[in-house]
Design a protein around this ligand. Structure first.
Ligand code: HEM
Length: 435
């Protein structure tokens, strides 16, 4: 093996000192060809007009996953920023993709770019896309399962040497599969983790065949390049996918809460109750994500967390938007880093014309809206949503306490004490639904 001094990439001669085939040869070979491809684009006068840049994005992804985004060499960064300037203008996917890859090096590293949300949003923001937030969340978790299965099928000496042991993998897949309506059929899906333990490595990949995949169109090819880890730690891949899934769950919940407000404005508490009941179910699914993350060892987490400072889920706009649509948060909460980290959502919540479930509920009730049955059902549903939110926060705090101890948060709060204080907040603090 030799080291390419320019890229700090290990170039592989294909044989170990003892003359055996090197287990790293495939990974090294494809990394070297990815770098060649980046160089080729950097020196190309023009990109073919019909190209949206996906082949370049694949090479960049290969390179980033082989090194970690934090470790890109200056030369590669300069090449990528030059490519973006010359070829990104009329190519929205390539432009958004390179913006995310270059975030750290341009001093704009945030939750949004760490999670490649601009690229995922472009995938959903299209008339023909047929990719709702709900469908996207399924695809993201299916991708976690596929990634783990493929890694388990790979060489124990190759990349992903720090991947989970068989028992941990089995637990991770079991929890992840709960969020994936698989084409495997329920008994087969339930059985997947135990089959994993007993299936020869060479046949593991076949097990992933029944998992949902992105649609077969040009845009959806960008799905595969939406994980840009800052490190080469195996577990960072699924962690990113879980946080992306969290964003999708909350995007779907935001849409549902808007419908709740619409039902109340239409004078229909019964219809609002039915919609809130659906949000309760969605919240429970969102909380399942913590079980998936709990399969990560604290050492694995801290191995990549040291490079994610500045990107925190405290910057998640959809989480706060959901909260702000339930009811305007208290003044201390609006002034805390919870909302100063999301200035756009804070401005929405502070707008005097901003409508919320709390506001619509109170106005309809004060106006002597329809009979009692609908209100009872709505009160019960709202109480269940509040309890679900409390459970979500407790589970999150518990996970953070285990993983973080007394370290501060990557969003610069004091960490677990901040999350403990968050337990005091209520979504519907201005409503009394207990009567
Ligand atoms: C290893 C696991 C995790 C740790 C240690 C952790 C830690 C933290 C900390 C310390 C904060 C406070 C803000 C900060 O300073 O960064 C925070 C906020 C937040 N985290 Fe996590 N987190 C973890 C996983 C997750 C996951 C998996 C999700 C989503 C499924 C998530 C969603 C959030 C949200 C939405 C906030 C903002 C809460 C608020 O401000 O009210 N976190 N997290």
């Amino acid at each position: 093996m030799s080291t390419d001094p320019e890229s700090n990439t290990v170039e592989c001669a294909g044989k170990t000192a003892g003359g055996r085939a090197c287990a790293l040869r495939d990974a090294c070979g494809s990394r070297a060809s990815a770098l060649r491809e980046i160089r080729r684009w950097a020196t190309a006068d023009r990109m073919p007009e019909e190209s949206d840049g996906i082949s370049l994005a694949r090479s960049v992804t290969e390179h980033v996953r082989g090194k970690g985004k934090h470790f890109l060499s200056d030369r590669v960064r300069v090449m990528l920023s030059d490519i973006r300037r010359r070829h990104g203008v009329d190519r929205p996917f390539l432009d958004a993709f390179l913006d995310c890859v270059l975030d750290k090096h341009e001093g704009r590293f945030q939750n949004r770019t760490y999670l490649a949300l601009p690229v995922l949003e472009l995938l959903m923001d299209h008339r023909d896309a047929a990719l709702s937030a709900d469908r996207m969340s399924t695809l993201l978790m299916a991708d976690v399962v596929r990634f783990e299965i493929e890694a388990a099928a790979g060489s124990p000496a190759g990349s992903g040497r720090d991947r989970p042991d068989a028992a941990t993998l089995s637990t991770r897949l079991r929890h992840a599969l709960r969020l994936v309506p698989t084409g495997l059929g329920a008994p087969e899906a339930d059985d997947l983790p135990s089959r994993l333990a007993h299936t020869p490595r060479s046949r593991l990949e076949g097990l992933a065949d029944g998992l949902p995949r992105p649609p077969a169109n040009d845009r959806a090819r960008w799905f595969d390049v939406t994980v840009q880890p800052v490190s080469v730690v195996h577990d960072e891949y699924f962690f990113i996918r879980v946080l992306q899934t969290h964003e999708m769950h909350f995007t779907a919940m935001v849409e549902s809460v808007k419908k709740v407000i619409g039902a109340l404005r239409a004078g229909n508490p019964e219809g609002a109750a039915e919609l809130v009941e659906r949000v309760v179910v969605m919240f429970e699914r969102a909380a399942t994500l913590f079980r998936v993350v709990a399969t990560m060892r604290a050492e694995q987490f801290s191995a990549f967390r040291q490079y994610t400072q500045g990107a925190s889920a405290i910057q998640s706009e959809q989480y706060k938007r959901f909260e702000g649509l339930c009811g305007v948060p208290t003044v201390p909460r609006l002034r805390s880093s919870a909302f100063t980290s999301v200035p756009v959502v804070r401005a929405e919540s502070e707008d005097p014309g901003h409508d919320t479930v709390t506001r619509a509920y109170r106005e309809l009730r004060n106006a002597g809206g329809p009979g009692r049955a609908g209100w009872d059902r709505l009160d019960t549903a709202i109480s269940r949503l509040e309890s679900g939110h409390q459970r979500w926060k407790s589970a999150h705090r518990g996970l953070a306490a285990r993983m973080l101890g007394d370290a501060h948060g990557s969003g610069y709060t004091d960490g677990v004490p901040y999350l403990t204080r968050c337990l005091e907040n209520r979504l519907f603090w201005q409503l009394d639904t207990s009567a």
